[in-house]
Design a protein around this ligand. Structure first.
Ligand code: F6P
Length: 322
């Protein structure tokens, strides 16, 4: 197996909070092991246009707390073509880049898979607010986005209860209802409409009318963008129930903000893991975290705190610091 001397790192697709923490982790883990790192700007666009520069440990100081991505990002149409991919390969060879860490979502990983077919070692780090990537319970940025949505829903609840109205709140997520369902559960919403689960607006309106007769006066209905436009949902509800309905489309504020603790930790762990996997000769893979699920523990075991569990995280801290 050829030892890796130089790796490239890029962020691609929609930005998400925690991407910077992932970049920091990749750069610091790689340099800790004596590997040179090229930061590639604007995702695959930067690969095609040869927009890249060497990053040192210092280059990623003071970015762990920032939303967005210091590497910028793009959705490259040219990279989807063979011609674009050849240009990218030429630039990778020019800088003697042996391997790539691609931080992004499913579209970005399709691109990385194409590069793998051309002999470039790639590992994906999942980062998108949508949390719609298979092979990981969580993507970097989805927790922060959820906090943003929940904060908005809590605020909307103040006016909903004061004016006794129906509010339809549209959240992002492409074809995935992750944000909508979690925000609905955590925010105590009355209804959630999402692409993954069939719904009938006649039933939704019937439920509202029945509950109104019993004295219920306010509703928050969360709509995942993949399930339809909040505007249309509100129009149907007010037409079929006669109740005053308002709409809030949260839009791109869901992508911004200070990354949450969960996203920073996830990004730090997955960035480091991606580099380790490349060093071990792995490629054409995505690193992820798989642990979600409720389980039971014997009560007698719950008395004994597991003091060893933080050893791995402490080791990582020593690699990423300064
Ligand atoms: O994939 C992230 C995401 O924010 C989706 O939730 C949304 O549908 C899309 O990107 C919006 O993309 P753009 O920023 O290009 O409008």
């Amino acid at each position: 197996m050829k030892k890796i001397k130089t790796i490239g790192v890029l962020t691609s697709g929609g930005d998400s909070a925690g991407m910077n923490a992932a970049v920091r982790s990749v750069v610091r883990t790689a340099t800790y092991h004596g590997i040179k790192v090229f930061a590639i700007m604007r995702g695959y666009e930067g690969l095609i246009k040869d927009e890249m520069m060497e990053f040192t440990r210092r280059s990623v100081s003071n970015i762990i707390n920032l939303g967005g991505t210091v590497l910028k990002t793009a959705r490259s149409k040219e990279f989807m073509t063979k011609k674009g991919q050849h240009k990218a390969l030429r630039n990778l060879k020019k800088h003697k880049i042996d391997a790539l860490v691609v931080i992004g979502g499913d579209g970005s990983f399709r691109g990385a898979h194409e590069l793998c077919k051309q002999g470039i070692r790639c590992i994906g780090v999942p980062a998108t607010i949508d949390n719609d990537v298979a092979g990981t319970d969580f993507t970097i940025g989805s927790n922060t986005a959820l906090e943003v949505v929940l904060d908005a829903v809590d605020k909307i609840r103040d006016t909903v209860t004061s004016l006794e109205r129906i509010f339809v709140v549209e959240v992002m997520g492409r074809e995935c209802g992750y944000l909508a369902l979690r925000a609905a559960l955590a925010g105590g919403a009355e209804e959630v409409l999402m692409p993954d689960i069939k719904f009938d607006m006649n039933d939704v309106c019937k439920e509202i009318r029945t509950a109104r007769k019993k004295g219920k006066v306010s509703w928050i209905i969360i709509v995942a963008e993949g399930a339809g436009k909040a505007e249309n949902v509100a129009r149907i509800i007010s037409k079929k129930t006669g109740f005053e309905t308002r709409v809030t489309v949260l839009g791109h504020i869901q992508r911004g903000g200070r990354p949450s603790v969960i996203d920073r930790l996830l990004a730090s762990r997955l960035g480091a893991e991606a580099v380790m996997r490349l060093m071990n000769g792995e490629s054409d893979k995505m690193v992820g975290i798989v642990a979600e699920g409720v389980r039971a523990t014997d009560l007698c075991c719950s008395f004994k705190a597991n003091r060893d569990r933080d050893a791995g995280l402490y080791k990582l801290l020593k690699i990423l610091e300064t």
